[in-house]
Ligand binder design. Structure first.
Ligand SMILES: [Zn+2]
Length: 240
């Protein structure tokens, strides 16, 4: 279309004025559901430059001794297939800071965190839904998951001494009424463990998703954009 324009001086000037606006308009164009999704490294870098809280932090590097068990980087998950190429957990900077404080506090009683999942690319959320069509345990593509915003973590507690998980109401990602935090037909030990997790997460700004005892959203999650960058792209675009 530009080729057909007669680029006289005034027209060229007009184009120069319009082009930056036009280019900016391309950033985070709504997808078919009308969602704005950060899906290129350039868009991600731009968002971090605008607000350093948007930085996605590699939890393994940021929190000494934190344990990861990234099930979606293996076939040991409810989909029975590997969804991530790398066993990594990323969250936004304020979320990482809060988790670091939790890890320090837990260490005083010989406990630590084990992370099952953090930031999840949007296309993985869409894939889950396309396969299973569930809207209680799975986020719907027209809203996206809070995991896609880098504001959410799936985790549990471990003993620092043994590395073993504290006993919780269910396994991770178990689709069951027992996974709901209102479920109480549990042993005193399991109730105590679940309450300990809920209490410390809540104290540091996280709210549990009630049907899943392991899933916690950080406050102000809505301020972070949905993202669809792979872990490889995030690692390749980390500041020094
Ligand atoms: Zn989750």
């Amino acid at each position: 279309m530009i080729k057909t324009l007669d680029l006289t001086g005034s027209c060229l000037l007009l184009l120069l004025l319009i082009l930056p606006v036009y280019s900016y308009g391309q950033v985070g164009q709504p997808n078919k559901y009308g969602l704005k999704i950060i899906s290129t490294p350039a868009e991600y870098i731009q968002s971090v430059q605008a607000d350093s809280n948007n930085l996605l932090i590699d939890l393994e590097k940021y929190i000494p001794g934190i344990k990861l068990d990234i099930r979606y980087a293996t076939a040991n998950n409810f989909m029975h297939e590997q969804l991530y190429k790398l066993p990594k957990a990323f969250v936004r900077l304020p979320v990482a800071k809060a988790l670091k404080n939790i890890q320090v506090e837990l260490a005083k009683e010989g406990l630590g965190l084990k992370i099952y999942d953090g930031y999840r690319p949007y296309h993985v959320t869409v894939y889950f839904y396309d396969k299973l069509q569930d809207s209680v345990f799975l986020a719907v593509p027209w809203r996206g998951s809070r995991h896609n915003r880098g504001s959410t973590v799936d985790l549990t507690l471990i003993s620092l001494k043994t590395g073993k998980e504290l006993k919780m109401p269910t396994e991770y990602d178990k689709i069951s009424a027992k996974a709901d935090v209102s479920y109480t037909k549990l042993s005193p030990r399991v109730l105590r463990n679940r309450n300990k997790l809920l209490k410390i997460m809540n104290k540091h700004g996280f709210e549990v998703y009630k049907p899943e005892w392991w899933h916690f959203d950080f406050k102000d999650f809505a301020q972070y954009d949905l993202m669809d960058l792979t872990f490889e792209d995030i690692l390749a675009n980390q500041p020094d």
